[in-house]
Design a protein around this ligand. Structure first.
Ligand SMILES: Nc1nc2c(ncn2[C@@H]2O[C@H](COP(=O)(O)OP(=O)(O)O)[C@@H](O)[C@H]2O)c(=O)[nH]1
Ligand SMILES: [Mg+2]
Length: 378
């Protein structure tokens, strides 16, 4: 078992001042270079890891147009943050909806309503939401002319109404350590989301300990270690192939002994059909409970917004089997189907706690239904 302590190295200090353009790695994340890591020897691994650490340090420097987290706490800033998250969805909707108007006011007839319905469906908001919007417009404007702004307002209102009370913040106890277990399928964004959450909590003054519970791949452990180094929080790692429950055990032992505020446990990707992996998850939970009876306090399911509505819906069984308490919707920046958050919030019956809109540490925000709806078409 290896305990990793953050050390501020000279290279940190130097590379953190390198502008993105100069580094040539502005858009890379640790995982980009780590993908080939498993196949490499120990020597070349060390080399690759240090390269990755430096290149990605530059990539986490906030870009000029990126919002700082502190400014994103105000409602206006949150709206513009969500507008950035929904940019692709907005671009698609605005263009398509604008095309429905040949003149300033358009007659609300069957053809108009079915064209609008088709556009809404393309955002992945689901038939029930699209039908609600279509019916509202039909009821209010049937056989009359409607303006684009009125349609946008109705969409916004219906979306806000449907998402009301579907948001939620992290539900952590006052006692130490609060424990967060993070689960989901491979590549959904678990490790990156953990880094973003740890960064957020660290900036709130909390002492965070990470547990590298994805012991399947060396690259997965290294990926989290690099993030921990950058955030300045501590991490407990096991050897590759070791039992993830033993990593969880050591992490909890340390979190309790050293009075950490929060312990966040990473896990390997898994599907509900892989029964041995689902049992492994149960074992991890039991181990957490050995140290803190009420743990884990949050079991966050990370869903990839680009995966499509069907793929996401399939995670519902998984969510129930794993006893999830909240959702992190990652990669909202990568899709024009941002409406997918609506069926997710409805089907899973779980609060959406965070949304992710990029590969950098500040690219995570608490999900706020009102701000989200306001950002839609604003
Ligand atoms: N664009 C974008 N990429 C993301 C986001 N979250 C994660 N990623 C990327 O998705 C890939 C998989 O993420 P990772 O955290 O390793 O997934 P894991 O296998 O579930 O741990 C990596 O290339 C991440 O950089 C996000 O919100 N937006
Ligand atoms: Mg991972």
């Amino acid at each position: 078992m290896i305990f990793w302590k953050k050390k501020k190295s000279a290279s940190d200090a130097v590379t953190s001042n390198i502008p993105e353009e100069a580094s040539g790695h502005a858009q890379e994340s640790p995982i980009a270079d780590l993908r080939t890591l498993d196949a490499q020897t120990q020597d070349s691994r060390t080399q690759t890891v240090s390269d990755v650490g430096q290149s990605d340090l530059a990539s986490t420097e906030p870009s000029v147009e990126s919002l700082s987290e502190s400014s994103a706490e105000t409602s206006a800033a949150k709206v513009s943050w969500f507008r950035r998250a929904l940019q692709k969805t907005n671009d698609l909707l605005r263009t398509d909806i604008r095309d429905l108007w040949k003149s300033e006011g358009e007659l609300v007839d069957e053809a108009f309503l079915s064209n609008l319905y088709a556009i809404l469906i393309r955002t992945d908001m689901g038939p029930s939401m699209a039908t609600k919007i279509k019916d509202s417009i039909h009821d209010q404007y049937r056989a009359r002319k409607v303006h684009q702004e009125d349609v946008l307002r109705i969409i916004r209102d219906r979306v806000a109404e449907s998402l009301k009370s579907k948001g939620g913040t992290l539900n952590l106890p006052n006692t130490k350590p609060a424990v967060i277990l993070v689960v989901g399928v491979n590549g959904s964004g678990k490790t990156t989301s953990i880094a973003k959450i740890a960064h957020r909590l660290t900036r709130q003054g909390k002492r965070v300990l990470l547990a590298a519970g994805d012991t399947f791949r060396a690259a997965a452990v290294e990926q989290l270690r690099i993030w921990a180094d950058r955030i300045g929080c501590d991490i407990v790692m096991g050897e590759q192939g070791s039992d993830p429950a033993s990593v969880a055990f050591k992490a909890m032992q340390r979190a309790v002994a050293e009075g950490y505020d929060v312990c966040i446990v990473d896990t390997a990707g898994r599907l509900q059909t892989q029964s041995h992996l689902m049992q492994q998850l149960e074992k991890i939970k039991r181990v957490l409970q050995k140290h803190v009876e009420t743990a884990p306090h949050e079991v966050l399911l990370v869903l990839d917004a680009t995966a499509g509505q069907n793929a996401i819906s399939q995670a519902k069984g998984f969510s129930e089997a794993a006893g999830c308490t909240g959702i992190v919707l990652s990669k909202l920046d990568g899709t024009a189907k941002g409406g997918v958050i609506i069926p997710i919030a409805e089907q899973f019956g779980l609060p959406v706690k965070f949304i992710g809109i990029g590969e950098k540490l500040p690219d995570l925000q608490e999900f706020s239904p009102d701000d989200f709806a306001a950002a839609l078409f604003s």
